[in-house]
Ligand binder design. Structure first.
Ligand SMILES: Nc1ncnc2c1ncn2[C@@H]1O[C@H](COP(=O)(O)OP(=O)(O)OP(=O)(O)O)[C@@H](O)[C@H]1O
Length: 583
């Protein structure tokens, strides 16, 4: 219960106190309306001369102060006015709850994205994309639902509190009896509520598992189809889907059990309670009718209250799973202790750098130098550690030993944000956003003009692409850039890396999907940037040889500088040999 109250008061993007204030106001107004029933009923049964209840007295005084006489017409008008006012306040409060639910889902999604943008890179590597997608889509939507259920539960709770309070004033004995009945119902249903909670958690776990798996499936659909593995793969999916189906069935059972057992228990307890109360206590006729009405209404609200609680319990695990996901990501932010501003005017130096992802070292006592304004190429067999070296230079990983120096300043003393803003980076498998070419190149930076974009596209040998596409820069590239060829995707990714005029351009197998002629042109364009741009390229492609000033072979965790005594031909041989090893 406390956990659910936390949802109401702590959910992001909501105003709990104003909602609570409106709910209380609605309760007061409704209470006044109901209390005005007492004199109405007294008049109806012509009981005005008999003993009047305390509430009847109070209402009489209040209506007198408002200038209303204790007559049926004005009393009914007052009752109707109060009930309409209550509906209006309730509408405003619950509409606010609906808006707040939309805020909760959106705010959670934004918080998760922001947390992931700032998290330590190693943490991101350990997360599965499907898990994140599930958090964004499934959990966030359900978190909004959780909020609505909790707020509805609180609204009904406030309403029933007012009913019970009035019942107390009208007939304390009946009110006590009602409370005892409520406690009995709650106590008897508690095990079923626990069961519903457990089945909700199991369903969430299974559904997350299946979502992650389905999202991975989409990433693997091409090889599955290419090798005609649909049938066995379909069986695998079915086994996982069956586990979710079992969890859903258990959830359906516990839900229906709760609803129907609740109705049965309530019927028994209410009838029994009424029998005892009416036999033991002699209650005036007006009080019997009013408290009867109040308690019937309270019982119906208690039923709704129970359902809202049950709904909240079923979906709360999504809310807390997402909160935990965000808290976990926030608890592992990327370290950035450095304060120095890098200039990068001379060189980058790796000095005896060692690093391991797990236990086995990937980079071991590695030393190499990248001179500013040159093109440096890293070669090496697959898995040799080339991408890891680049990741170390980007500050995504920290060396276990040794130093990376930028113009003599250790990278760990340099502010990583400022350092990375000097870098243009194209990863091995560039993935484009499902958006326009403009968005893909600027990544949301509105300070970049179309002229900047076109210049970057020219350097990436992709400006002619704009003439071929009907919508030019506004062309939507499709999911993961699926509407473009592999080579076109790489060129857009290259333009993205060049558009903010970096000082250091890092290219990880960037021309691997290009035809030799396009590759030569890209290399030549990059060569022409020489002097004001330093290029560090991972490649197996001989075309890079013509533009490389330095070539390092990465093997056994170390870098060996390849000499160029016989000129380009021997280097081409070396690169060709590397490419052969990879192929
Ligand atoms: N996140 C990681 N966790 C554990 N091991 C990793 C991780 N990333 C890479 N490795 C391992 O580190 C080694 C070097 O990987 P890296 O990607 O740097 O090689 P590479 O030379 O760039 O290979 P390729 O040419 O195939 O891209 C490999 O053995 C790889 O399995």
């Amino acid at each position: 219960m406390l956990k659910l109250l936390r949802v109401f008061f702590e959910a992001p993007g909501t105003r709990p106190w104003s909602v609570l204030g409106a709910l209380l106001l609605a309760g007061v107004v409704e209470g006044l309306g109901i209390a005005s029933l007492l004199p109405v009923i007294s008049i109806a049964v012509e009981d005005m001369d008999g003993p009047r209840s305390q509430v009847g007295e109070i209402m009489g005084d209040l209506l007198g102060k408002l200038g209303l006489s204790i007559e049926l017409g004005p009393l009914l008008l007052f009752l109707v006015a109060m009930l309409i006012l209550k509906s209006l306040v309730m509408f405003l409060a619950m509409r606010h709850v609906g808006y707040a639910a939309a805020n909760v889902a959106t705010e959670f999604r934004l918080r998760l994205i922001r947390a992931l943008l700032d998290v330590r890179y190693r943490y991101l590597l350990s997360m599965r994309q499907g898990q994140i997608a599930n958090g964004m889509a499934g959990h966030a939507g359900k978190a909004g639902e959780t909020y609505v259920s909790v707020a509805t539960f609180i609204a009904l709770g406030v309403q029933s509190l007012f009913y019970v309070a009035i019942a107390f004033v009208v007939s304390p004995a009946m009110a006590v009896a009602a409370l005892v009945m409520g406690a009995l119902i709650g106590g008897l249903l508690h095990p079923l509520v626990k069961l519903a909670r457990r089945s909700g958690q199991a369903m969430r776990f299974r559904s997350k598992e299946l979502m992650v798996f389905l999202s991975d499936t989409l990433g693997n659909i091409k090889p599955i189809k290419a090798m005609a593995r649909q049938a066995p793969y379909g069986d695998l999916i079915e086994r996982k889907a069956k586990a979710l189906r079992r969890a859903l069935k258990r959830q359906a059972t516990s839900k229906e059990l709760l609803v129907n057992v609740q109705d049965a228990i309530m019927a028994v307890i209410l009838c029994g309670g009424f029998y005892v109360v009416f036999r033991v206590f002699e209650v005036p006729i007006t009080e019997i009718i009013v408290t009867g009405l109040l308690l019937t209404r309270t019982a119906s609200i208690a039923g709704k209250l129970q359902k809202a609680y049950q709904r909240a319990v079923l979906v709360e695990s999504h809310y807390f799973a997402l909160s935990d996901m965000i808290a976990e990501a926030k608890s592992d932010p990327e370290p950035n202790p450095g304060r120095e501003t890098p200039r990068f005017e001379q060189k980058i130096r790796f000095e005896d750098v060692s690093f391991s992802h797990d236990r086995a070292p990937v980079v071991h006592d590695l030393s190499l130098t990248v001179q500013s304004g040159t093109v440096t190429v890293l070669l090496g067999p697959s898995g040799a550690g080339k991408t890891t070296i680049v990741d170390l230079l980007l500050g995504l990983h920290q060396p276990d030993a040794g130093h990376i120096l930028v113009d003599g300043t250790p990278l760990r003393e340099i502010d990583l944000g400022r350092w990375r803003r000097l870098i243009g980076y194209v990863p091995q498998e560039p993935t484009l956003l499902h958006s326009t070419i403009r968005d893909n190149i600027t990544l949301g930076d509105t300070g970049l003009s179309d002229a900047d974009i076109m210049e970057a596209l020219r350097t990436a040998h992709a400006s002619h692409l704009m003439d071929e596409l009907a919508d030019g820069l506004d062309t939507i590239v499709g999911e993961r850039g699926g509407r473009l060829s592999g080579g076109q995707r790489q060129r857009i990714a290259l333009a993205r890396a060049l558009v903010h005029r970096p000082k250091l351009l890092i290219l990880d197998e960037v021309t691997s999907a290009l035809d030799p002629a396009s590759e030569r042109e890209v290399c030549e364009n990059i060569r022409q940037l020489g002097g004001r741009l330093t290029v560090l390229a991972i490649t197996h492609r001989p075309a890079w040889l013509d533009v490389a000033d330095e070539v390092f072979e990465i093997a056994g965790g170390r870098a060996t500088r390849l000499e160029r005594p016989e000129g380009a031909a021997s280097m081409a041989g070396a690169i060709g040999q590397q490419a052969g090893e990879i192929g």
